[in-house]
Design a protein around this ligand. Structure first.
Ligand code: SAM
Ligand code: FES
Length: 346
């Protein structure tokens, strides 16, 4: 089979064998990428039209007890300048976002024990009470089932937890022994079972990643069947041991976005800030490959530079209003528009 036939099969069956995924990822051409992107756009548009859904991202703490080797805010990075937003600051970021039109908030942070279950549940409940018409997404890493349950009951609707890599050997190359892929997956199944809309995902081009690993990522996602998938290029951070590793590429990231769209036409699929960081038109290219979500920053400008997962992150100097204006123009330049709704899975 050639790559075009494999893409046709993926389009027909919404899945491929492991070997076919590997073959496709190893051999796809620029022409294949344009071919699959056209299918991906067509299918996304059948469900969501030309809407792109903005999620207001509030990066509320960069304290983290984990030490993922690739991440700039890992616990072992003594050079990271640490911050936590107060409850008041988090609520005021939501208010600012609400006034700008956002109806979907994402609270993301390192795994910071300071935000224990009671504290986090109070914050979620206050946001829920004040903005009953908004979706609340959490991205707080690994927690117990009980903790997830509590946050769900407090009013959170969605949870983002990238599995990072579906190969446990690769997982151990990227994480210390205290972390495991098994537990990460257990968290995802728990979240699903509780009733969250779940997002998982991985970095593209992370150190030591092979096309076989990526095929396993795709098959794991097929099995989990999440509502959201977050993928973005790995980008090195100068204070990690992967500082000299190359970034992931726009070509492979956008090709994978198209594959994911064909595997589930309904997915909420962000065109990530990391993609915009490695290419000035990266987010536009992501949308044109089948993505339909963007996550502009709502965090106070004073702390943005400190939420430094990787080097040269974009949008760290702009006010929330400037960012959303800029993104709106970018999205319109490619024939799409920002839709300021909850942007639920359809
Ligand atoms: N602590 C939460 C968690 O573990 O899910 C949320 C924050 S964590 C920093 C968010 C995501 O950032 C991770 O899932 C990872 O894929 C991504 N990330 C971290 N370092 C990165 C890097 N150097 N390049 C690209 N993405 C990175
Ligand atoms: Fe943030 Fe352009 S999207 S400045």
């Amino acid at each position: 089979m050639n790559t075009k036939n494999i893409i046709d099969q993926l389009y027909r069956e919404q899945n491929l064998s492991r070997n076919d995924f590997i073959f496709l990822l190893k051999h796809f051409t620029e022409k294949d990428a344009a071919y699959i992107a056209a299918f991906a756009r067509k299918e996304a548009q059948k469900i969501y039209g030309t809407s792109v859904f903005p999620r207001g991202l509030i990066e509320f703490t960069n304290y983290c007890k984990n030490n993922c080797y690739y991440c700039g805010i890992r616990s072992g990075n003594a050079n990271a300048s640490r911050y936590r937003l107060t409850e008041k600051q988090i609520l005021s970021a939501c208010e600012n976002g609400y006034q700008l039109g956002y109806r979907s908030f994402v609270l993301q942070g390192g795994e910071d024990p300071y935000f224990h279950d009671e504290k986090m549940a109070v914050i979620v409940a206050k946001i829920r009470q004040k903005y009953p018409d908004c979706a609340i997404t959490l991205s707080l890493g690994e927690r117990s089932r009980k903790s997830y349950q509590k946050l769900f009951e407090a009013g959170a609707n969605r949870y983002l937890l990238r599995h990072e890599t579906a190969d446990s050997n690769h997982y151990h190359m990227l994480h210390p022994d205290s972390m495991s892929l098994e537990y990460r997956k257990e968290c995802l199944w728990n979240l699903k079972d509780i009733g969250f809309h779940v997002g998982t995902g991985f970095m593209v081009g992370s150190p030591y990643q092979t096309m076989e690993n990526l095929a396993d990522d795709l098959l794991f996602i097929k099995k989990l069947n999440p509502q959201m998938v977050g993928i973005g290029p790995f980008v090195p951070h100068h204070d990690t041991k992967f500082r000299d590793c190359p970034s992931g590429t726009v070509e492979l990231t956008t090709f994978l976005l198209s594959i994911l769209r064909l595997m589930n036409h309904h997915l909420l699929l962000p065109s990530t800030t990391a993609l915009g960081t490695i290419d000035p038109k990266g987010r536009e290219k992501g949308i044109l490959a089948g993505a339909n979500v963007v996550m502009p920053n709502l965090s106070p400008v004073a702390v943005r530079k400190d939420y430094s997962l990787y080097d040269n992150k974009i949008c760290t100097g702009e006010e929330a209003a400037e960012c959303v204006g800029c993104l709106g123009r970018r999205i319109e330049s490619i024939g799409y528009h920002l839709e300021f709704t909850r942007g639920d899975y359809r």
